[in-house]
Write a protein of this length. Structure first.
Length: 66
């Protein structure tokens, strides 16, 4: 099946989203909010592991161990 590639900038996407019927707009907004919350939680959790990110502690980063 052929794939279609569309190049849209944020302004064009915003224009399209604002044309949605109210119920679809609300559903999309809720899904975007949930995704944003997930991203924020991941960012917050990542900061908790900074103390493990030290030189010499990267032995598990190697994909070429024998």
């Amino acid at each position: 099946m052929p794939q279609l590639t569309v190049n849209l900038d944020v302004d064009k996407i915003r224009d399209l989203v604002f044309q949605l019927p109210p119920a679809d707009f609300i559903q999309l907004a809720e899904e975007i909010e949930a995704r944003l919350e997930t991203l924020e939680m991941m960012k917050l959790a990542e900061s908790g592991f900074e103390e493990w990110n030290e030189p010499g502690e990267d032995i598990y980063d190697s994909d070429t161990e024998a």
